[in-house]
Write a protein of this length. Structure first.
Length: 251
């Protein structure tokens, strides 16, 4: 199964989960997302950072960020920093949730600061339920079967500045998003999947890759199947993940 097909199927599972288990806490959606991805595709590996820190006897404040993800190719990788939010109602106080906590945009500021420090790409990971009117940046008909979307950190910040109405319409947000699987579309930079759709999203086409010689040690350990022993520097994250496509990716 190609990375595109695997993540598209995963995104559909998340949509079904959101529909049938609507009241589950946001962190539980993330745990389901990570677990199902690992079960569906062994090329993806992850560790729950607070769980491992607690097992090591360390205090763990609630993490501000959701996932540091590295998509590995043969010689280069795509580093991502993700902050998850669940936006499933047609109208909701999404501006306030993006500006959390307390309207300070502190989580978004942490997201962009981490991305700049690690030369990674920052996204808000939206768990959502599209409807017939939903349109996304990607030119393909991928929105209807998706439950996971990527919103650029700059666009999320624009929504959170307070210049827009406090109760944003869900489709206004999703119109600025790409379905998660577009990271792995055939025309994108993240992973070459010759039999997938050609990605029409300019954002997915232009994501910067980095040489693998700059990979953090924890990423190399995760990619090898080992549990990283030192995670104190990553206590801001719910999880760290590696999607190892080095056997299929020409990059």
């Amino acid at each position: 199964m190609t990375p595109f097909d695997a993540t598209r199927a995963l995104s559909r599972e998340i949509q079904e989960f959101l529909i049938h288990v609507p009241e589950v806490p946001e962190a539980a959606v993330t745990d389901f997302f990570l677990w199902k991805w690992r079960a569906r595709d062994p090329r993806f590996r992850f560790v729950n950072v607070p769980r491992l820190l607690r097992a090591a006897g360390q205090d763990t404040p609630p993490p501000e960020l959701t996932l540091a993800l590295w998509v590995l190719g043969k010689r280069t990788h795509l580093p991502l920093v993700l902050l998850a939010r669940r936006f499933t109602r047609t109208w909701d106080g999404y501006v306030g949730r993006l500006a959390a906590p307390d309207g300070t945009r502190g989580h978004l500021n942490t997201l962009t600061a981490w991305a700049e420090a690690r030369r990674a790409v920052p996204f808000v990971l939206l768990y959502s339920i599209p409807d017939e009117a939903t349109r996304t940046v990607c030119g393909q008909a991928e929105a209807a079967g998706s439950g996971v979307f990527l919103l650029g950190a700059d666009e999320a910040t624009a929504f959170a500045t307070g210049k827009r109405v406090s109760r944003a319409q869900k489709n206004r947000l999703l119109a600025h998003c790409d379905p998660f699987q577009c990271l792995f579309c055939g025309g994108g930079n993240a992973a070459g999947c010759a039999d997938a759709l050609v990605c029409l999203s300019p954002r997915m086409q232009g994501l910067p890759r980095r040489p693998n010689r700059g990979l953090p040690a924890v990423v190399r350990q995760l990619a090898s199947g080992a549990t990283p022993p030192a995670l104190a520097d990553w206590r801001n994250f719910h999880a760290l993940g590696v999607y190892d496509l080095s056997d299929t990716d020409i990059g």
